[in-house]
Design a binder for this molecule. Structure first.
Ligand code: ZN
Length: 703
């Protein structure tokens, strides 16, 4: 192996060769003159220490012929003390002086690019390209619709700023920030909003990754939270009319589930009996098995997990499946076998993956007319098995009937499932989702498989009441003024979502609604805190309160109907009173604004009332409670969610209370439960620690 003579390197001062400082600098600069030598330094800096032959190979001196050249360059580096040889290991390393020279070379290189006007941009498409101001002009014109002349002026200014920054790490996001700040300086706020990049600050991502939620929901939760924040921002600051966005931010209204508000409908009714040809996903989900028409028991059992999984990505609040039970009941003989088959299908459906943050509830509609009560009880028992196996169940049942008789015989089975945390609603007549939203009546005609309802916009009635000086007429006038822009926003949203459905953004709904007509979709404005507004804030008590409440609801429904006609919504616009989480947000914002707010303490929460809650004990002692609820239900044409709270009732009282409640067009028996987030144990008692595992982590759930 060749070796370089190292005499000179041992001690440069030996033999009187004590170079002057300026000569040393000159010598070092001459070393830098060769790109080969800078290369050698760079290699040693990143890969060193290296043997002679390793270094030679890495520096690209491959052939024998080049050996002399390499030796020459290395000798120069050694002589100027930029490289040293560790004799014991026979390896070359870069010295501190060498590192300094290398860094100087890099700085000179970068600065010369800047001075020459050549800058390189790291783009978000993961490329590196020369800075080109024409691209700024282009995106100002194309993305923000800025007139060319103005775009050129703005770009000139941006270019000057960027040169002045003298940054060594220019990214497309930095350029965009600069463009936006120049636009703001010139008062072009609207253009800036169009150009703004949406997303999270990196510190939020760091926080998110170490959050408790990340531990609980895993990587999917992190990804959907990140994506959700982009779409929330896009919705509120880019696409929504400014007046509506401000009403939402101020807490006068609440836009529920902002991440998916502009993308998918809220409640979807999907009738599997109408799927004569099966579900054709039009090549959208190439990796999903084609869903055949549901004819047999096996079809129904295997279709349930698939359809719940598919539809769960296409609604924000709830999916309601009709037509699966008749297939499941076909040729049923042994009730016990039916119960365990149903339980197995539900358990298999419970792990449905989804890209949305909050999975929508899934409800299976059971038309009880004509079902033998032993089979109805078997279905309810199967459902209870699933509920018992699931800490917080997501799948519920909606029992519909036209008579009541069949359901009356099964109320004890209903109560047992609810006590375990099950979600069961009892519908008298027209079907509603478990959240209380009615299925569009016009949609029942024809053979549409999928019908949708949009209802994720709620109005804060207590806020209006606080601002109305106890004047009920003024209050209703204010409410009418609030409804108009809200309905207009919902009508706009409906157009977007129907367009999304037509374009196939929601493959399951798309294939289930090939002939979706106008009547196939409802828009509904939700009212929150109606009771507090009328009774507590406006101060109407007893019968006069009930009268005012009806008046308020009548006004709301009339305004919605009138405004709906003007928007071309005809009969598909309505009002609702359902629980959507807005009550909590409104109560917390209002308590900041007004100090303490009055809440009806029926549910032991810090939320305004959402929907109607009837106490089980009240129903048993006072028949008028149910009657009052029935008359309110008539006015709330988009859907009233009535809950019957059976938490405080003894077992024998529960059945009597439910029997009395079957007069209602719709109700859900509910119970307060404590669920241990460590082991999943459920308990009725409100204790500090879990009885099963003694963990302090408990979740309060109102089933
Ligand atoms: Zn526990």
């Amino acid at each position: 192996m060749e070796q370089v003579s190292l005499d000179y390197q041992k001690d440069p001062r030996k033999g009187g060769v004590l170079e002057s400082a300026s000569k040393r600098v000159r010598m070092i600069f001459s070393v830098m003159a060769s790109p080969n030598r800078i290369d050698i330094l760079r290699i040693l800096n990143t890969k060193g220490p290296l043997t002679y032959s390793e270094l030679k190979a890495l520096a690209g001196f491959k052939s024998k012929k080049e050996s002399g050249k390499f030796a020459y360059h290395l000798r120069k580096l050694l002589r100027q003390l930029l490289v040293a040889l560790n004799k014991a290991e026979r390896r070359y390393t870069i010295t501190n002086l060498g590192k300094l020279v290398l860094s100087l070379a890099r700085q000179i290189e970068e600065r010369s690019i800047i001075e020459s006007g050549k800058m390189y941009v790291r783009t978000s498409r993961h490329t590196i390209e020369e800075f080109n101001s024409h691209k700024i002009i282009q995106s100002l014109v194309r993305e923000a619709n800025l007139p060319l002349e103005q775009a050129t002026k703005i770009t000139e200014e941006v270019e000057n700023k960027i040169y002045k920054f003298q940054t060594s790490y220019l990214t497309s996001s930095l350029i965009r920030e600069t463009v936006n700040s120049v636009l703001i300086e010139h008062g072009h706020e609207e253009y800036r909003n169009k150009l703004a990049r949406l997303g999270l600050p990196s510190s939020d991502i760091v926080e998110l990754l170490s959050s408790e939620e990340a531990m609980r929901n895993g990587i999917e939760g992190v990804m959907s939270r990140t994506a959700g924040s982009v779409f929330s921002e896009y919705l509120v600051f880019n696409t929504m009319p400014k007046d509506i966005a401000d009403m939402h931010l101020a807490g006068e209204i609440n836009i529920v589930s902002t991440p998916v508000w502009g993308l998918v409908p809220d409640t979807v009714f999907f009738d599997l009996a109408e799927l004569e040809q099966g579900l054709d996903l039009r090549g959208q989900f190439l990796n999903v098995a084609r869903l055949p028409a549901i004819k047999t028991v096996d079809d129904a059992t295997s279709a349930l997990p698939l359809i719940i999984s598919l539809l769960s990505r296409e609604a924000s609040s709830e999916i309601v499946l009709e037509g699966i039970i008749p297939a499941l009941l076909k040729n049923a003989k042994d009730p016990e076998e039916l119960a365990s088959r149903f339980a197995r299908a539900l358990v298999a459906s419970s792990a449905a993956p989804s890209f949305t943050l909050e999975l929508p509830a899934a409800t299976i509609a059971v038309a009880t007319d004509g079902i033998d009560s032993k089979y109805l009880n078997a279905l309810l028992d199967g459902y209870r098995k699933y509920v018992d196996a699931t800490p917080v169940p997501r799948i519920g049942l909606a029992l519909t009937n036209s008579g009541k008789s069949a359901i009356r015989e099964s109320l004890d089975h209903v109560a047992a499932a609810v006590r375990g945390g099950g979600m069961i609603s009892i519908n008298n007549g027209q079907l509603r989702a478990n959240n209380g939203i009615r299925k569009s009546e016009s949609a029942g005609k024809g053979s549409a498989t999928a019908t949708v309802a949009l209802h994720a916009l709620s109005i804060n009635l207590p806020r209006l009441a606080y601002e109305s000086n106890k004047d009920e007429t003024y209050f209703r006038a204010k409410l009418a003024l609030m409804i108009k822009p809200s309905l207009a926003a919902m009508s706009m949203r409906k157009k977007t979502i129907i367009d999304n459905i037509k374009r196939g953004l929601t493959p399951a709904i798309t294939s289930g609604s090939q002939s979706m007509q106008r009547g196939g979709s409802n828009i509904v404005i939700n009212l929150i805190g109606t009771k507090e507004s009328v009774y507590n804030i406006l101060g109407h008590e007893g019968p006069s309160g009930a009268e005012i409440m009806q008046k308020v609801l009548k006004t709301s429904a009339d305004v919605v109907a009138m405004q709906g006609r003007q928007l071309g919504e005809d009969s598909s616009a309505g009002i609702s009173m359902i629980a959507d989480g807005s009550g909590l947000r409104f109560a917390s914002l209002d308590s900041e604004k007004y100090g303490k707010v009055s809440l009806l303490q029926t549910q032991n929460t810090t939320s305004y009332t959402q929907g109607m809650t009837l106490n089980g004990k009240t129903i048993l002692s006072d028949g008028t409670a149910v009657q009052e609820c029935i008359s309110i239900d008539k006015l709330v044409n988009g859907g009233l969610a009535t809950s019957v709270d059976i938490t405080d009732l003894a077992q024998s009282e529960v059945i009597r209370a439910l029997e009395a409640a079957t007069e209602l067009p719709f109700f859900r028996p509910r119970i307060a439960l404590g669920i241990c987030t460590t082991c999943g144990h459920k308990s009725k008692a409100i204790s500090e620690r879990c009885e099963a595992c003694k963990s302090p982590h408990k979740l309060q759930v109102y089933s």
